[in-house]
Ligand binder design. Structure first.
Ligand SMILES: Cc1ncc(COP(=O)(O)O)c(C=O)c1O
Length: 440
């Protein structure tokens, strides 16, 4: 294979293909790669790979860089913290950025009298939310939803409502985790069906008095960008209240302005007991957290929460800068506006008869997705066409990801800071990719 625009540094040849060979030899295959690219440089919506090719990045590290790659304000805050100190372990010696971040997060979540605790990854936040809920209620049970994604750790991959690829072959899952149906009316599950499914679990699997928490993504992320309808969220709140169950909103993917609100839970007009946050919180610096009612968090004994790196000072500094950027650049409003613009354009593409059949087009702010289906006007999933569209887009310089319980969804995760001409460029590429896949 040719080396393309490869270059030599020291005695190493740097190109996508040469790096891929080294990756295959040195790195576990259990980590799947959505693209064969090795990134050398990244700026806001753009990245450049080891072959020198430019791409528009509409994956943004899986919904992490809502402020784009290398936002100058976030980078400056992180650098300043690095130059000062980068780690003490909050449990050993504390530092102000952790406190300031907790104060700011407590003030913007839809939870009254909130407290926060920080970790490093989304899965860790979800694990801890369950631990807190079990401790606070003295109950073992956890109910999550089919199609949900909560992580890859032993507990969170059990909570994830899809076996392959996340848990396939990994043996028995964690105990006392049950999956309820998630309402997706165009796939035949109404809100009433989903509520009935939950009551069935109470009858056949676990009594409500043994359930510690119901954990829900207000917009399913990996599951396909399906928003839980407001009436469903309110019904869950009522069921939780009736049985002393804690309601946990997993905002790991939907949080921090991605959906046109600071948190997707804001659409539901409910107050969760706990929320998990991560990803866009740190704009790429690993940080996550559990935010919840003080009366619940204080049930955990000192020493029960934490972790060596939880709330690392560099990540706290980056998170504080991220919150400032969201406010200064009005990214909540921009997410709502650009999301509506994208939906309009995608619906126009859907109407063309020279593209692959597109089913449901949906979005909550800039959490935008569409389904690829077998026949125009229908909803029968066509998972086989999805990799072809994704590959055709990549060839033309656009990075996009697939997702979905039915594996037929393409999701678009543009940075909320994307320049509008680059947004148009990306949608043009997508349109051409959908045409190319139809012609093949
Ligand atoms: C809703 C949700 N929860 C939890 C996680 C797990 O986060 P992490 O990959 O940081 O462990 C993810 C990751 O995609 C997610 O989307």
């Amino acid at each position: 294979m040719g080396l393309g625009s490869s270059y030599v540094t020291g005695n190493k040849i740097m190109s996508n293909s040469s790096l891929l060979e080294r990756r295959k030899a040195a790195v576990a295959g259990g980590v799947a790669n959505a693209t064969p690219l090795f990134i050398e440089k990244a700026k806001n919506a753009e990245v450049w790979d080891a072959d020198g090719k430019r791409y528009l990045d509409f994956a943004q590290g899986i919904a992490v860089n809502n402020t784009g790659h290398a936002h100058p304000k976030v980078q400056a805050a992180a650098k300043a913290q690095i130059d000062n100190f980068s780690h003490t372990a909050f449990q050993v010696s504390m530092y102000e950025p952790y406190i300031e971040l907790a104060e700011k997060i407590n003030a913007i979540v839809p939870i009254r009298d909130a407290q926060s605790v920080f970790f490093s990854t989304g899965a860790e936040a979800v694990e801890n939310a369950v631990k807190i809920a079990r401790t606070a209620t003295g109950r073992p049970g956890v109910i999550t939803f089919r199609g949900a994604f909560h992580g890859r750790s032993a507990l969170t991959s059990t909570m994830t409502g899809k076996i392959a690829p996340y848990r396939a072959g990994a043996g028995l899952g964690a105990a006392a985790v049950y999956h309820a149906p998630f309402p997706i009316p165009h796939h035949g599950i109404t809100v009433a069906d989903a509520v009935a499914g939950l009551h069935t679990i109470f009858k056949t699997d676990i009594e409500p008095c043994d359930v510690a928490a119901i954990v829900i993504e207000p917009v399913q992320g990996e599951g396909g960008f399906y928003q839980a309808p407001k009436e469903f969220m309110q019904e869950l709140r009522a069921i939780c209240d009736a049985h002393g169950i804690l309601m946990v909103c997993d905002e790991v993917q939907s949080g921090f302005a991605r959906t046109g609100r600071m948190f997707a839970t804001d659409y539901a007009d409910i107050e969760p007991d706990l929320m998990t946050i991560a990803k866009a919180m740190g704009s790429g610096y690993p940080i996550s957290g559990v935010v919840g009612k003080r009366s619940i968090l204080e049930k955990v004994n000192p020493g029960g929460l934490g972790g060596t790196y939880g709330g690392n000072p560099v990540a706290c500094a980056a998170s504080l800068a991220t919150l400032e950027v969201i406010e200064e650049e009005k990214l909540v409003e921009r997410s709502a506006q650009l999301g509506a613009y994208m939906l309009d354009r995608l619906n126009k593409i859907k109407d063309r008869d020279d593209v692959v059949p597109i089913g449901d087009v949906r979005g909550v702010g800039m959490m935008v997705a569409f389904e690829l289906v077998k026949e125009r006007g229908g909803h029968t999933p066509d998972p086989d066409i999805v990799p072809k569209v994704v590959a055709a887009a990549l060839k033309r310089g656009l990075i996009i990801l697939s997702c979905g319980y039915f594996a037929n969804t393409v999701r678009l995760l543009a940075p909320l800071t994307v320049p509008t001409d680059q947004l148009d460029e990306a949608l043009d590429i997508l349109e051409a990719a959908l045409q190319e896949a139809a012609a093949a």
